[in-house]
Design a protein around this ligand. Sequence first.
Ligand code: RFL
Ligand code: PHB
Length: 391
Amino acid sequence: MKVQVCIIGGGPSGLLLSQLLHRQGIETVVLEKHTRDHVLGRIRAGVLEHGFAALMREAGCGERMDREGERHHGFLIAHAGGRMDRVDLHRYSGGNSVLVYGQTELTRDLYDGRETSGAATMFEAEGVALHDITSPRPWVSYRSRGEPCRVDCDYIVGADGFHGMSRHSIPRDVLREYERVYPFGWLGVLSRTPPVSPELIYVRHERGFALCSLRSQVLSRYYVQVPLSDRAAAWSDEAFWAELRRRLPAEVAARLITGPSIEKSIAPLRSFVAEPMRHGRLFLAGDAAHIVPPTGAKGLNSAGADIHYLYHAMRAHYRHNDDTGLEAYSQKALTRVWQAQRFSWWMTAMLHRFPDNGSYDDRLQQAELSYLFSSESALASLAENYVGLPY
Ligand code: RFL
Ligand code: PHB
């Protein structure tokens, strides 16, 4: 097979880029290791920046998102013995907001869009390997049902997530990796119950962080911070709800409606950046190049920024023979990636209980929160980052 752009990974990054390019008449193929059902079975992000939503619309896949997604103009932070303060995103970010719409749903919309437009996806592509990435004619090999296959292309995009192989095709003496692993994870539960609050509640509590989020008015998503040694299967639904209740302010706990969990999993927290994001004709995008702890809701949104830069760069290349965007991609994307790293680290450090922290660190966290809610500039800084820095 011969295409212009071969995309590794059928997660949101790869699908969105492929769909955007397809609509510009640029030929792509997406090679996905798993089945469509497997990809759609992963429960992940819930909060979309304005820029991500705009890309979904440009890809022709934003209709259901605009109909069913919930616009949020603020969120709450519970801290200091049950006190709750609101971050008014609308007021402090110059009228901006975020959209609450699940990653599962938007991935489904992207797959449906591809099917309608006839864009190619190869599922269960095994043993994907990249070849001649620094030559003008790179190619990709993989196996489909045991049969060897080959894709010749102009460019390869590695959008195969943190555990993918694309990043490892960059030579060791070129690739630099920066990493911080946190000593805890998030135990998440999805339940078919009405959410406890119309707006998200981030909770700093002496027992650990908690988050009340949602997917719709009948579907709730909750998280509690747990030690890395915990196993999701060892947490009964009852134990989860009891722990969540303990961390919520009393008036919120009192109105929490519980029910059977539909999904329950533990996600470890990690900060990670790989540089550069381009080597020869290979471009990295999304989780393949960078990971953030989910506290700032920036993972998928940072992936969206990469796709924005890459889409415009490839369009300029194919339409106008203009390579400035492709040349600038790595540096431009990384500048924004590091801003998302900084913000996610800051939110995580402010709201979680670190096992090594003593009473001094505890008081510092309290001081950070009391400063935040006493300063219009501090709130404006939080709001500006949460709704998404400009591309
Ligand atoms: P993905 O989603 O990991 O997709 C990569 C795809 O590549 C495939 N793949 C391969 N395909 C072919 N060959 C190989 N060798 C391959 N290896 C892997 C995989 O099967 C997969 O389908 O990466 P992508 O597309 O870059 O998307 C990134 C997002 O998924 C991620 O950043 C977010 O989910 C992070 N995240 C959040 N981001 C936000 O912006 N807002 C949020 O509210 C938010 N909440 C979250 C989150 C992530 C979480 N977890 C579980 C880590 C909440 C949680 C709990
Ligand atoms: C979610 O709904 O899954 C979610 C929301 C906000 C975050 C992280 C995850 O910061």
